[in-house]
Design a protein around this ligand. Structure first.
Ligand SMILES: Nc1ncnc2c1ncn2[C@@H]1O[C@H](COP(=O)(O)OP(=O)(O)OP(=O)(O)O)[C@@H](O)[C@H]1O
Length: 294
C-alpha cells in the first residue's frame, strides 16, 4: 500500500497535528447536528453532533453498543434519524440515501466487505468509479466508441485506485481467492475510485494484524491530503495515532470530543471504557479486537 500523501504533512507521529490544525478553523465539510435515532424503545443515538473539517481524519470510538455503527449508518443514509440534520458544506442533506452518496462525493467501506465474488478485482474497483461513466446503457449495449472510451477511462481510474491501495498486482484475481487483508484493501480501492471528498470507514482494521494496521494507519493519514475521513474503529492505537479529532460515544451520547490527547485522559472516556470492562465481568478485557489497547 503506497502512502498517497507526503510524509511531512501527513505523518501524525513526530510533527504533531498537521494541516488540519495548522490552518484557520475551516467550515465543516460534513456535519451531523443533534441526531437522535430510536429503535423501538431504545435510543441508539441521543442528540449526537459532530463536524468533519476538510482534510481531517475524524475518529468515532466508544464501547460496544455505544452507537458507532448507527452513527455510521446515519452518515451513509442507511438509517434515517428521528431528529437532527446532516449537512455537507453547510447545506442540509434532506434526502440522503446510500445510492446517492457517490454523487455527493461520499464513499464508504463497510464492515462486511461487500465485494462481488463473480467480478475480478479490477471490475469490483471499477464499480466504485461508476459515477464517472458518461455513456449510457444503450451505447454500452451497441459497443459505440463513446462507450469504449468510457470503459478505458474507468479502467484507468480503477488502476490508479488499485495502485494506491497496493492491490494492482491482484487485478485479474477474484476476491474469494485473496487473503482477507487484501480483500479489505480492494474494498478500500473501490471506495477511492469514486474520488470522494469524504471517505467513511467502518472498522477498517478489523481482522488485520498489527503490521497491517500500522500500514493502514499511514495510508489513511496520507489520504487526508486529498479528502476528509471518518474512521469508526475499535482499535484505540489506530484511532489515537491517525485521527486529528475524535468523538467518543457512550450509550448513544457524545461523552467527549477533541484531539486524541484531550479525549485520551478525559474522565468520561475512562469511565465509559472502565464501565465496559466491568460489564464484561472484569476479565482480561480482550474481546479479540484489541478494543482497549490504548
Ligand atoms: N436495527 C436495530 N434494531 C434495534 N436495535 C438496534 C439496531 N441497531 C442497533 N441497535 C441497538 O442500538 C445500540 C447501538 O448499537 P450500535 O451497533 O450502533 O453500537 P456500536 O457502538 O456500533 O456497537 P459495537 O461496537 O458492538 O458494534 C445497541 O444497543 C444496539 O443493540
Amino acid at each position: 500500500m503506497t502512502s498517497p500523501g507526503t510524509s511531512e504533512t501527513t505523518g501524525r507521529a513526530g510533527t504533531g497535528h498537521r494541516h488540519a490544525r495548522g490552518r484557520p478553523d475551516p467550515a465543516p465539510l460534513f456535519a451531523v447536528s443533534g441526531v437522535t435515532v430510536r429503535f423501538g424503545g431504545l435510543t441508539a443515538l441521543d442528540d449526537v453532533s459532530l463536524a468533519v473539517r476538510p482534510h481531517e481524519v475524524h475518529g468515532v470510538i466508544g464501547p460496544n453498543g455505544a452507537g458507532k455503527t448507527t452513527l455510521f449508518n446515519v452518515c451513509c443514509g442507511f438509517v434515517r434519524p428521528d431528529a437532527g440534520t446532516i449537512s455537507r458544506h453547510g447545506t442540509p442533506l434532506t434526502d440522503l440515501r446510500p445510492h446517492r452518496l457517490a454523487g455527493m462525493g461520499v464513499a464508504r467501506t463497510l464492515q462486511g466487505l461487500g465485494l462481488f465474488r463473480g467480478l475480478t478485482v479490477t471490475e469490483n474497483v471499477m464499480v466504485g468509479a461508476d459515477r464517472f461513466r458518461r455513456s449510457g446503457f444503450v451505447s454500452a449495449l451497441l459497443a459505440l466508441p463513446r462507450s469504449a472510451a468510457d470503459e478505458r477511462a474507468l479502467r484507468e481510474r480503477a488502476w490508479r485506485a488499485m495502485s494506491d491501495a497496493g492491490v494492482a498486482e491482484f487485478a485479474g484475481r477474484y476476491p474469494g481467492s485473496l487473503p482477507y487483508a487484501v480483500q479489505k484493501r480492494v474494498a478500500l480501492a473501490r471506495a477511492l475510485a469514486a474520488d470522494p471528498e469524504l471517505l467513511l470507514l467502518d472498522e477498517p482494521a478489523s481482522g488485520l494484524g498489527h503490521d497491517e494496521i500500522s500500514e493502514l494507519g499511514a495510508f489513511v493519514r496520507g489520504l487526508a491530503e486529498r479528502m476528509s475521513i471518518v474512521l469508526v474503529d475499535h482499535h484505540m492505537d489506530l484511532v489515537m495515532s491517525v485521527c486529528d479529532r475524535i468523538t467518543v460515544l457512550d450509550f448513544g451520547r457524545v461523552v467527549a470530543a477533541g484531539a486524541p490527547e484531550e479525549v485520551r485522559d478525559d474522565p468520561a472516556v475512562v469511565d465509559a471504557y472502565l464501565g465496559e470492562e466491568a460489564h464484561r465481568g472484569g476479565s482480561d478485557g480482550n474481546d479479540g479486537n484489541d478494543g482497549n489497547d490504548g
